[in-house]
Every structure is written in structure tokens, then in C-alpha cells.
Design a protein around this ligand. Sequence first.
Ligand code: SF4
Ligand code: SF4
Length: 74
Amino acid sequence: MEISPSPTILMEVYIDRIFCNGCGKCVDLCSMGVFKIVNKKAEAARAQVCIGCFKCRDFCPTHAIAPRWVMRVS
Ligand code: SF4
Ligand code: SF4
């Protein structure tokens, strides 16, 4: 019997470290606690819990964050 690949839809949260100024606004506004500041730059340390509200994308003052839905097939 052939086993079909199963698609999974999840969020990826890309941060452009050149544009990030380390202000920490994303840490405060993300209700899921995705971000932390490391060496004065934001990291999406817990991207796996992102719910795709896009607040970080809309309110980052330097437009450094690009969250997006992706589909993985395993
Ligand atoms: S809100 Fe934007 S500029 Fe500020 S720390 Fe987060 S990613 Fe960097
Ligand atoms: S899209 Fe929403 S839940 Fe996901 S990292 Fe941004 S603020 Fe947090």
C-alpha cells in the first residue's frame, strides 16, 4: 500500500538583523512570547508557537519582521 505524504502548515518568522535596532517592541507585543533579544537583536526563539496574528510585522518600527505561513510535506 502506498503511503501519501502528509502536509503540515506552520509559521516561519524571519527577522532581518540588519534592519532590527533591538528596541524590544516585538518582545512586548507578541502574546505568544516568540521573541527574545540577544546581543541587541531580536530572535524568533519560539517561532513554533506563533499563531500568525502578524502584529509583529505591522508594528515593528523598522519593518524587520516577516512572518509567513509555509507548508511542509513529510
Ligand atoms: S520590534 Fe523590530 S526593530 Fe524592534 S527589536 Fe523587534 S525586530 Fe528589532
Ligand atoms: S505573528 Fe503574532 S504570534 Fe507570530 S510572532 Fe508575530 S506577534 Fe507573535
